[in-house]
Design a protein around this ligand. Sequence first.
Ligand SMILES: [Zn+2]
Length: 419
Amino acid sequence: MILSEEIQNFLLDNAVERFLRYVKIWTTSDENTETIPSTQGQIEFGKLLKEELKNLNLENIIQDEFGYIYANLPPSQGFENVKKIGFIAHLDTSPAVSGKDVKPVIQKNYNGTVIKFSQDNDLELNINDSPQLEKYIGLDIITSQGDTLLGADDKAGIAEIMAACAAWDKFPELKHGPIVVCFFPDEELGRGTKKVNIEKIPKICYTLDGSEMGELEIECFDAWKALIKFKGLSVHPGYAKNLMSNAIHIACRFLSEIPESESPEHTEEREGFYHLSNLKGKEEEATATLIIRDFEIKNNKRRMDYITSLKNVYEIRYLGLKIELNYEHQYENMYNYLKKEQKIIDLAEKAMELAGIEVNIHLIRGGTDGSHLSAMGIPTPNIFTGGLLFHSKKEFIPTLALQKAAEVVIHLAELFTKE
Ligand SMILES: [Zn+2]
């Protein structure tokens, strides 16, 4: 099915209008808060979306106490038996950069020159640093004013799903089976699925939370956290010979044995790493937090074996030193589950092709709500939103991407009616 020009234009206008409104709502999540959602703004945003979903004739719309939104779109007539699918995006924006008072700016008909920001004279977006820009010459590009992130991660995802809902409402010729729209809180804190009501989620889902146009993500990191506690003994430094076990100094030596070549700044694509994210302490006690990432669990196991062997050596080397090690498995590579669900991946590829987009199967060097959902038995590939340079004041999105991602949602729903 080819979408008419009328529908394509409708999707562009609708998604852009929504996006420009949604980014102005302050929904930055807060890692220092234990509640879900971590911030009240996500509740306020959810309330607005609930109202808008109602106006688009979705049913059983719920905003629960944790801020999750679930809404059901009844199937087109005659398509009641089509498999139910879900489209998911997240309400929060990254706490890495302020998301308060975002003022989106449309750079009309981008001509390839340097983009300046009105609220930060030192900041600029240019093709040398961001070669992706070259692909968008001649298009309209949305940025922030340079004092905040833009919030395309993931308000673009929300705007695109909402625009698809608006098109289903307006153009009955767009056929679809039963659809569930879900918006999750606190994805940026890795808590997006913590309080999810699995009963309300279909058995097949797609997140709209990827980056560049055309990206389809079916693999993410296998992720571990290592908490290392060094317990030493403090003694007056003048009288410490053969007595003191200086925990913080030993911790520094220990951590320096981690291969530099396996760090985030020296790895890319399929390469994994160790990353020291925190170190604190004194003579008596020190703690270090490492995150360990790879696409292959066996490589992460090797890294953990190495740390464990260092612990053993250090406890022998330093009299009186005790090291406590704790490993936490944070999330799994979702490909472990998705590889058994090739059909779900194929349909997403097909939908992108129908929208006229070249598919780029891409690795997520991080996590996604889809990895938790896939592990819970709900295969959930991740589709692009079109936003680039996420979590940055230079974040931008071409308006065309907002339209194309909404088209992908529409095509995908239609493809399922033929399964
Ligand atoms: Zn995101």
